[in-house]
Structures are given as structure tokens and as C-alpha cells.
Ligand binder design. Structure first.
Ligand code: NAD
Ligand code: ZN
Length: 247
């Protein structure tokens, strides 16, 4: 039987439009812990206590001290891994690839991917809750928690907290590309955070082949995914890219 790597290579090279939906798992090999699963941040913290917008607005200092400071320090150090680089190579090998990422780490762009929808925002930009002045990540001084604007207001990252809406333009474009693609790669997401987890369902309904890459099965496995390539994203993406080059 044809290996999943060969099958994925063939499906991707025959596709006119490819979409990759990525989650925290694709950045695990870059040293950024995921939220759920083995070694996940939620083993240490309660999400509703630290990652909900109500928690942040009620006590920004607590959320900065416990979650945001550590996340920013890790994200600032992280480098793209073989999976991010593999997706960037895919852009050169197959036409038309859009990445919908739930990650806030900017690693797809660092790897060279050019069409990236940051579904949950990013840690690259911050703004003041008082005057809306924006700051880039290098301007944020973590020596003082909570980081403040020069007007004295509290700074927040431009990520989407639980309880906040996905910006409508991003949601509309994501749904559009999901419904138009021939192949959707679903990499390193536990597929439980909505509406991101809905994108593979939209793709499948519109006739796309859905390929899932994850060391663990998810609610999509054997339901929405046409096939499941079990394992770590870096090695799997390298193998798929090598197979495409051999075609
Ligand atoms: P998640 O934390 O819920 O799930 C992570 C998934 O990655 C799990 O299914 C796990 O089995 C899988 N995984 C672990 N190691 C992997 C590897 N080496 N290769 C491939 N897959 C691997 O992640 P989620 O579904 O993205 O949802 C959580 C939310 O957390 C997202 O909204 C995201 O914004 C946020 N988050 C982002 C980052 C980041 O920017 N890197 C990190 C943590 C959380
Ligand atoms: Zn301000």
C-alpha cells in the first residue's frame, strides 16, 4: 500500500489550492509548550483564571506575571523548526498555500511563509488599554510587570483571549479559503477551540481532502480527516516535502 507520505505528496502536488490549519503542536519542537496534551501549559494553570479576557481585565498584573511574561520570553527566543520550514518550502513547490494559524508566535512568517492568517492574533504587537498607542515586542520591557504605556496605561498583547471575538475579516477570509481548498493540512491542533476547529469541517464539506498530522488523535481523526499521519510535525513535514521533490 502507498505510504501516507507518498499519498500526501501526491494529493498536495495535484491540489490547486492548499490550506494548512496549524495549532500549538507545530511549535512544540521550537520549545514552545502547547496548552493541552503532554507537557501542556494547562497542566500548570487554569485557563479560565489566566487566558480569559475577563480575568485579564480584572487583574492584568496577575495574568502578566503568571502567563504572559513566560509566554513572551519563550516566544521571543523561539526559532522556526522543520515543520514551519517544510510549510514554507511547500509554498515554493505547490501553488497557492494559505496558512491559518492559531499560534501567536510568528514562526510561520520567520520561516518564510507569506500568506499567514493569524487567527488568534500575535505576540508581536501590544497596545495600551487607555490611549491605544501600539508597541512592538522589542519595546516591551519585562523588567516591570505590568508593562505600561508612556501614558501609564496597561499594555496588552494583540492576541485573542478566550471570550473575545475573532476579528471578522480574518474569520471571513479563513472560511473562504477553507471552502475553496482542494487539500487541508491540519497540523498540531487538538481541534477543540472554536471556531478554528470548524475550518477542517468546512473544507471537508466542500469536497477537500483533509490530512491530519499529530502524535495524538483528536475529535477530527477518523471523522473529518481523510487520513491521519501520526507523529511529530517536523519529521513528517520533512518526509512529505522530500516525497514531493521526488515526484
Ligand atoms: P493545543 O495546545 O490545544 O493542542 C496541541 C496539540 O498539538 C495536541 O493535539 C498535541 O497532541 C499536538 N502536538 C504536540 N506535540 C506535537 C508535535 N511535535 N507535532 C505535532 N503536533 C503536536 O493547541 P491548539 O489546538 O492550537 O489550541 C490552543 C490555543 O493555544 C490556540 O488558540 C493558540 O492560540 C494557543 N497557543 C499558542 C501557542 C503558540 O503560539 N505557539 C502555544 C500555546 C498555546
Ligand atoms: Zn497609553
Amino acid at each position: 500500500m502507498e505510504s501516507f507520505f507518498k499519498r500526501a505528496a501526491r494529493d498536495l502536488s495535484e491540489a490547486k489550492i492548499v490550506v494548512a490549519l496549524t495549532g500549538a503542536g507545530i511549535s512544540v519542537e521550537s520549545g514552545i509548550p502547547p496548552f493541552r496534551g503532554k507537557g501542556g501549559i494547562w497542566e500548570k494553570f487554569d485557563p479560565m483564571e489566566y487566558a480569559h479576557i475577563d480575568a485579564f481585565m480584572k487583574n492584568p498584573g496577575k495574568v502578566w506575571a503568571v502567563l504572559l511574561k513566560e509566554m513572551k520570553e519563550i516566544v521571543d527566543q523561539a526559532q522556526p523548526n522543520a515543520a514551519h520550514l517544510g510549510l514554507a518550502k511547500l509554498e515554493k513547490l505547490v501553488k497557492n498555500i494559505t496558512i491559518i494559524t492559531q499560534n501567536v508566535d510568528g514562526l510561520h512568517q520567520s520561516a518564510g511563509s507569506t500568506d499567514v492568517i493569524e487567527f488568534h492574533g500575535n505576540f508581536a504587537w501590544y497596545h495600551c488599554l487607555n490611549c491605544r498607542r501600539r508597541y512592538s515586542c522589542s519595546q516591551i520591557d519585562l523588567a516591570t510587570i505590568t508593562p505600561r504605556c508612556r501614558c501609564g496605561g496597561t499594555l496588552r498583547p494583540e492576541c485573542i483571549f478566550f471570550g473575545e471575538l475573532i476579528p471578522p475579516d480574518l474569520l471571513i477570509r479563513s472560511r473562504q479559503v477553507a471552502s475553496q481548498c482542494d487539500v487541508m493540512l491540519v497540523i498540531g491542533t487538538s481541534a477543540v477551540v472554536q471556531p478554528a476547529a470548524w475550518m477542517p469541517v468546512i473544507a471537508k464539506d466542500a469536497g477537500a481532502t483533509v490530512i491530519e498530522i499529530n502524535p495524538e488523535s483528536t475529535p477530527l481523526t477518523n471523522e473529518t480527516s481523510d487520513y491521519f499521519i501520526q507523529g511529530e510535525a517536523g519529521q513528517i513535514m520533512q518526509k512529505i516535502v522530500a516525497e514531493i521533490k521526488r515526484l
